[in-house]
Design a protein around this ligand. Structure first.
Ligand SMILES: [Zn+2]
Length: 393
């Protein structure tokens, strides 16, 4: 979206109102104690909002739809929390969470200007121009957000139709790794683009400069926004890759099998290890090493890829237990840690099968094979893939 400077100020004001109402609702919800009776629901909060709007002119100056919608969003967040599908609602912060939602007839005021441009009538702001990245869908609501780089986005809320299956009966296994973002059982190795060598160098330089700047100084502000720009660039590339890869997989294969990994658990901070010899001190817990891995996992957007796959190939994504997929031979089924020659190379000690380690794991995932740790005798599982000679890698 391309608002004029005056419109930007008006939009930011609306974002501020939405954030204020959300945080107020959150405060009310988290301060509530059982002796006060039932905590106020959406309807009660709306009544309170109306009262607050009559009492405070600055709140009244904003759009009622926007403020009420913030309450509805919060209500949904609380429901999601109690349904344990989402985490506890968090505080909205200026500069980080800038956005609001418009619903109902007000959301339908969109006019196409040309093939690429359109405009939307935002309440209390006026007509704002935006570029069309696709045809405007028939949506009942939209959300306006401002990212940390200061770019404005307009998103219409509509669930697109999932991508139809190709009906070829083909199954693919996807192994998600850190060095190679995704290995397919077909042998393809896909890498999620991040920042280039030079961009990483610049990021490091900027972070050092930021550390030297005085708090609240102009220089610090500049360094901060330059860092945000680099991060946003990396995020844009990652998202673009995830969208293209998920669409491609959903179009090419009937069934997509992935490892069932708990990314949130895997990226959690490792527990401190107390030293039994000296109380009060701690043994190394490989926190820094895990930190590097965390960055790799998050940078590769694992969770996002599976999430988008589930949206696009609805009902065609299967999650496989990831245990031993990297140690098990995809040809003979022999499972041993010695099979893994190195991070990248897999060589079966039983049959001599030689392959890229991630591709071997992807084939196991495609077969839906979950081997138990104790099994001594290899199990033969019929595979879609032709067995290969040890020499052909
Ligand atoms: Zn083997």
């Amino acid at each position: 979206m391309y608002p004029t400077p005056a419109q930007q100020a008006a939009l930011l004001l609306q974002c501020g109102h939405a954030r204020y109402v959300w945080n107020l609702a959150l405060e009310q919800w988290s301060m509530w104690t059982p002796d006060k009776g039932a905590s106020p629901g959406f309807a009660e909060q709306c009544r309170q909002l109306t009262e607050a709007r009559t009492a405070f002119g600055w709140l009244r100056a904003g759009s009622q739809t926007v403020q009420q919608q913030a309450l509805r969003d919060f209500d949904q967040a609380v429901r999601n929390f109690y349904a344990s599908t989402h985490r506890r609602p968090t505080w909205r912060k200026a500069g980080r969470h800038e956005g609001f939602r418009v619903v109902g007839p007000q959301a339908g005021r969109v006019e196409q200007l040309s093939r690429q441009w359109a405009r939307v009538l935002v309440p209390k702001v006026g007509w704002v121009r935006f570029r069309l990245s696709r045809a405007v869908p028939d949506a009942k609501s939209y959300r306006i957000t401002r990212d940390r780089m200061g770019r404005w986005h307009l998103a219409f809320a509509v669930i697109p139709e999932p991508i139809p299956a190709p009906v070829t009966g083909e199954v693919v296994g996807v192994d998600r790794g850190v060095t190679v973002s995704a290995a397919l059982s077909t042998g393809d190795l896909l890498t999620c683009p991040g920042l280039s060598e030079r961009e990483l160098e610049r990021l490091k330089h900027l972070q050092r400069r930021l550390a030297r700047c005085r708090r609240g100084s102009k220089r610090r502000q500049r360094a901060k926004s330059a860092i945000a720009k680099l991060h946003a660039r990396a995020r844009d590339r990652r998202r673009d890759w995830v969208e293209k890869t998920s669409t491609d997989l959903a179009r090419r294969f009937d069934v997509i099998r992935v490892e069932d990994l708990r990314v949130a658990q895997m990226t959690r901070r490792p527990k401190p290890k107390p030293d039994p010899q000296r109380p009060g001190t701690y043994l190394p817990n490989r926190r820094r090493a895990k930190g590097g891995l965390n960055r790799g996992i998050l940078a590769n957007g694992w969770g996002l890829l599976v999430q988008r796959l589930e949206h696009k190939a609805m009902g065609r994504v299967e999650k496989i237990k990831p245990a031993y997929t990297s140690q098990t031979c995809s040809i003979c089924g022999h499972c041993a840690p010695e099979n893994r020659e190195s991070q990248a190379v897999f060589r079966c000690v039983a049959c001599g099968h030689h392959a890229h380690a991630d591709v071997n794991a992807a084939v196991n995932i495609a077969a839906g094979r979950a081997v138990s740790a104790r099994r001594e005798t290899p199990v033969r599982v019929s595979l879609k893939r032709e067995p290969q000679h040890a020499t052909s890698a």
